[in-house]
Design a protein around this ligand. Sequence first.
Ligand code: MMA
Ligand code: CA
Length: 161
Amino acid sequence: MSFYFILELLGFLPPSDNEMEDIICHLEHWISRLEGVLHLEKEITASGGKIFATSGKKTNFHATLEKCKEAGGSIATPRNSEENDAILFFVKSFNTYAYLGIKESLIPNKFQFLDSTQLSYTNWYLNEPSQKEEEECVEMYTDGTWNDKRCHQNRLIVCQF
Ligand code: MMA
Ligand code: CA
């Protein structure tokens, strides 16, 4: 980055429209290089504009919500098979199940997104959800299928951004 560019960023010089375009172009290029590094290091996976990442640590469902929020994201929530695969990458590489952003609704055995909207896609394991009253959360197995599960287990923290 040039000194002039930094001065503009700091607000010492009012950028013209052309300069503003140039600044945005520089920033886009810079961000895409950083994204390249994160992909190369397998620190992130991406699908349809969403970015998924893990801290590599394990905790329960509620603490996962908190951790993802603290990081400026939310718990990983697959809306299609591509996003499911992007989350599965971390589940496989840490060989640890992960909680998803899906919970049982007020209707027993009916699951929904955390904002109470209908699931757009499901990938339940055979005979899941298993109709156990206390299983209000959903975990992803290492083959990418889902199991309804109690919320207090320690599972891999995977967030979306
Ligand atoms: C466990 C628990 C359930 C799951 C069954 C499948 C015995 O309970 O993980 O959520 O449905 O295993 O056998
Ligand atoms: Ca179950």
